[in-house]
Design a protein around this ligand. Structure first.
Ligand SMILES: NC(=O)c1ccc[n+]([C@@H]2O[C@H](COP(=O)([O-])OP(=O)(O)OC[C@H]3O[C@@H](n4cnc5c(N)ncnc54)[C@H](OP(=O)(O)O)[C@@H]3O)[C@@H](O)[C@H]2O)c1
Length: 233
């Protein structure tokens, strides 16, 4: 008997890193999963390694139509979505704002800010009809530190921080819980070089799972955690 038996959970960016670890943990707790990313092979491998039903879709999250079709496919094959985890995100490189091109800026906004907005708007509509649900948005401790050379990524995450905080108030009466997760450095492909001194993606997944499985008479609004080596707070 798992803590998420019978729940349908959507996780974006599940092909690697935090999203893949989280998908595995959620499935181990009994959740049915809708997972996406652009890497079709990685999605198939993930599906093959899990025992609960899994719907996969490979598409670029900066595009609206395939994102909506993905949600529709999850609903059709797994039933109503109980939990949405907006995890996918990227920062193409570190560069001062003076060197960031307009297309680069737009793509950072499209994936890190617009896509989570779109998915939370669409799933909340349905969660409201079904009497509740839980939205988890993966932000970052960059929201607390405004680091040089990460301007566009930080702006996207801070934009999502604001949207998440507003949304939390707007959907409260619909029984929808909204949690902002602020991880610090995590050892994933997010950055070009390994950082074994940073958190493991599985540790971040454990923290997210905790927020999802606490008693129902509370909601975690915000969760901030860092590796022990980080002192930029
Ligand atoms: N690692 C850190 O230190 C850290 C710290 C704080 C917050 N975060 C946040 O944590 C989340 C997960 O990051 P991670 O560390 O696990 O990074 P990661 O290993 O690079 O994984 C990123 C995931 O996002 C997906 N993704 C990226 N661009 C996409 C696009 N255009 N369309 C669809 N999917 C896309 C990737 O899938 P495909 O490549 O298959 O498309 C991949 O599954 C992100 O939101 C990141 O900002 C990370």
């Amino acid at each position: 008997m798992g803590a998420l038996d019978g729940k349908t959970v959507v996780v974006t960016g599940a092909t690697r890193g935090i999203g893949r670890s989280l998908a595995r943990r959620l499935s181990a707790e009994g959740a049915r999963l809708g997972v996406c990313g652009r890497d079709e092979t990685a999605l198939s491998e993930l599906k093959g390694s899990l025992e609960t039903p899994v719907v996969t879709a490979a598409f670029d999250l900066s595009l609206e139509t395939p994102a909506l079709e993905f949600l529709e496919k999850v609903r059709a094959e797994l039933g109503g979505i109980d939990i949405l985890v907006n995890n996918a995100g990227f920062n193409p490189r570190k560069a001062p704002l003076a060197e960031v091109g307009t297309d680069e800026f737009d793509s950072i906004m499209a994936v890190n800010l617009r896509a989570p907005f779109l998915l939370m708007r669409e799933t909340a509509r349905e969660m409201k009809e079904r009497g509740g649900g839980h939205v988890i948005n993966i932000l970052s401790t960059v929201c607390h530190s405004d680091m040089a050379t990460m301007g566009a990524y930080t702006a996207a995450k801070e934009g999502l921080r604001a949207l998440t905080n507003v949304f939390r108030k707007e959907v409260l009466e619909d029984g929808i819980r909204v949690t902002s997760v602020y991880p610090g450095g995590t050892d994933t492909d997010f950055r070009p070089n390994p950082r074994p001194d940073y958190m493991k993606p599985s540790s971040v997944a454990d923290a997210v799972l905790t927020a999802l499985t606490l008693p129902e008479d509370l909601v975690v609004h915000e969760l901030t955690f860092r590796p022990m080596v980080e002192n930029n707070f």
